[in-house]
Design a protein around this ligand. Structure first.
Ligand code: DX5
Ligand code: ZN
Length: 220
């Protein structure tokens, strides 16, 4: 039986106060976050626009946290290196985007970054299966990407279970990350299914006590 990777709490800056991004990133670290999750949206792959590599570069000096960059963009093959140069530590690309998935994953790893592959709730496991030996992280979206504050989609639980079972069968070691609608309640189901990296925007940044919110996720 393979050891399950440790639980990691990744506050999503998408839910922070945009006018205070630097202090908000530092606050996420001070509240006990392990990674900082940066949701990049291009207004094409998803129906929203967030921020680009310039924001990643501006945030880099504000915290030592691992920058977990989630590219919800159509051409991750074209842009990923700008985020690496801006200070990303891990870059996650979508299997549904318009690129040669394996080539992009290999290129990111060759640049000595952690590499992740993301899948939307409507995407089948068989679509990501051929690539799982190339990744350090699988991101199972638990909402339709584009906006924070949505409700957790329970229909994603079987995919999380399959990802965990396949990892054990094939002696692989990728993290399983979930993103969207994660709170102390939904975290129980997501972690029971096999997720170990919990992305949370609203639950953490909108909480009256952010440290308590992170502790609740860690203990869920
Ligand atoms: C998807 C985004 C959101 C965000 C977290 O578009 O990736 O899932 O990170 O959102 P909440 O506020 O649901 O934690
Ligand atoms: Zn995300």
């Amino acid at each position: 039986m393979n050891a399950v990777p440790p639980r990691i709490i990744a506050p999503s800056i998408l839910a922070a106060d945009y006018s205070q991004f630097g202090p908000e990133a530092a606050a996420a670290a001070a509240a006990g976050g392990d990674w900082l999750h940066l949701d990049v949206m291009d207004g094409h792959f998803v129906d929203n626009i967030s921020f680009g590599p310039g924001v990643v570069k501006a945030l880099r000096p504000h915290t030592q946290l691992f920058f977990d960059v989630h590219l919800m963009i159509s051409r991750p093959d074209h842009y990923w290196r700008r985020f690496a140069d801006a200070g990303a530590n891990g870059i996650t690309v979508h299997v549904e985007a318009d690129h040669d998935v394996a080539a992009t994953l290999r290129a990111i790893r060759e640049a000595d970054l952690k590499v992740g592959l993301a899948m939307n709730p409507s995407t089948d496991w068989e679509t990501v299966r051929p690539h799982i030996h190339l990744i350090d992280l699988l991101l199972v979206m638990t909402v339709v990407p584009g906006f924070g504050g949505q409700a957790f989609m329970r229909e994603t639980l079987p995919t999380i279970q399959t990802a965990a079972a396949t990892r054990a069968e094939e002696s692989l070691h990728y993290h399983i990350e979930v993103d969207g609608g994660i709170d102390a309640e939904t975290a129980v189901d997501a972690t029971a299914a096999g997720a170990n990296v919990l992305v949370a925007g609203t639950t953490i940044f909108k909480a009256p006590d952010r440290a308590a919110a992170i502790t609740a996720l860690r203990q869920a």
